[in-house]
Design a protein around this ligand. Structure first.
Ligand SMILES: NC(=O)c1ccc[n+]([C@@H]2O[C@H](COP(=O)([O-])OP(=O)(O)OC[C@H]3O[C@@H](n4cnc5c(N)ncnc54)[C@H](O)[C@@H]3O)[C@@H](O)[C@H]2O)c1
Length: 347
């Protein structure tokens, strides 16, 4: 992790929801390494293999500062559970990463997105609001939005001021709704809040439902991979360390007191890769870590509903306010992923 630890205030208590998830795990690991008190919450649902979520938690409980980590299994859609945590631990910094992720799954199973992403987020906002009753209250709420809010926008790179009124999946609609809800709570109750539009995050201990991960699995098993839109897709892939560095810089810098204390930032690489080049780089990384010849068997298919052709982050606002821009190349990032992947699954 290359996050700048000096940015973190170790006197605060940090609540991370989705702490057994990919990004939540790496953030918790970074905060603990710095000596911060971390309360982690996750419902450990089985959207993807629970054993990987458990492995991430095991890593957090075996880390040097594990005594600073408290894990609570529960659902943010359960208001009583959320309120109990806020009352017991009085977190000053709240990072809401718990959500039902994935664009395609929202077409099959929309209900779970409403539960976790809308009701769950509402419960977090309410708990932040009530944290001010008789106490100092939450100093900064940071929450995950997504590049998917840009929908099928044609103008690239995607900038925070662009119109995002046309989400093409329910997942995207819930993330855009989170931004609207957070804005209202900041306006009405002065809760300092920052929404982060993450762009396709990848890396070690990543998410098995994402293409780079499922491709790796299929490639290693000798099964064909499905390449949508005949490979004519472009993604701004962002390495996990860059995401964590960005989040850490933002945590201690809530929006200033003037006006509504709500801001939204893109965190992406500002360097979209063509899907076919991405696959070639993944093949190389897997070949390098296994010492074998690797060539994916590709099955070309048309575009999938809900998918977007191209994502590309305009990171000028992030650079201006936090002096930071993601920069890890996919050659470097995929190699680090492949090293972890082939070792974890013993290929
Ligand atoms: N990884 C990406 O590329 C990416 C891109 C854009 C946005 N995001 C957003 O970033 C956040 C973190 O993503 P991730 O990649 O780490 O996903 P993840 O699925 O690995 O992590 C989310 C975690 O939240 C937990 N969770 C889900 N619903 C919950 C609920 N109702 N109560 C408690 N826990 C719950 C899950 O068990 C999981 O461990 C999510 O909000 C996601 O939508 C991720």
């Amino acid at each position: 992790m290359r996050a700048d630890y000096r940015e973190l205030d170790t006197t605060k208590t940090y609540l991370i929801t989705g702490a057994a998830g990919f990004i939540g795990f790496w953030l918790a690991k970074c905060l603990l390494a710095t000596g911060c008190r971390v309360i982690g919450v996750d419902n450990l649902n089985d959207y993807y293999e629970v054993s990987l979520k458990q492995a991430r938690l095991d890593s957090l409980t075996q880390t040097e500062n594990s005594s600073l980590f408290t894990f609570l299994k529960g659902d943010i859609a359960d208001q009583e559970f959320v309120n109990t945590i806020f009352n017991l631990y009085k977190p000053q910094i709240v990072v809401n990463l718990a959500a039902q992720a994935g664009v395609r799954y929202s077409i099959e199973n929309p209900g779970v997105y409403i539960q976790s992403n809308i009701i769950g987020f509402f419960n977090i906002l309410e708990a932040c609001r009530h944290s001010y009753t008789g106490a100092q209250g939450v100093e900064h709420l940071v929450y995950a939005s997504s590049s998917s809010v840009y929908g099928a926008n044609k103008k690239v790179p995607f900038a925070e001021e662009d119109c995002v009124d046309h989400p093409i999946s329910l997942y995207a609609a819930t993330k855009k709704s989170n931004e609207l809800m957070a804005y209202t709570y900041s306006h009405l109750y002065q809760i300092p809040a920052t929404g982060l539009r993450f762009f396709t995050v990848y890396g070690p201990l990543g998410r098995p439902d994402m293409a780079y991960f499922s491709f790796s699995r299929k490639i290693m098993k000798g099964e064909p991979i499905t390449v949508f839109n005949h490979g004519e897709m472009y993604r701004d892939f962002t390495y996990i360390d860059d995401i964590i560095t960005g989040v850490v810089r933002i945590l201690g810098n809530p929006p200033a007191k003037a006006g509504v204390r709500h801001k939204v930032y893109n965190i992406g690489n500002n360097n979209p890769e063509q899907l076919m080049y991405f696959i070639k780089t993944l093949e190389k990384a897997l070949a390098q870590t296994t010492g074998r010849n690797i060539a994916a068997d590709k099955l070309f298919l048309p575009m999938q509903p809900g998918d977007v052709l191209r994502t590309c982050a305009d990171t000028a606002k992030l650079e201006r306010d936090f002096g930071f821009k993601p920069s890890t190349s996919i050659e470097e990032g995929l190699l680090r992923f492949a090293e972890w992947f082939t070792s974890y699954y013993a290929y």
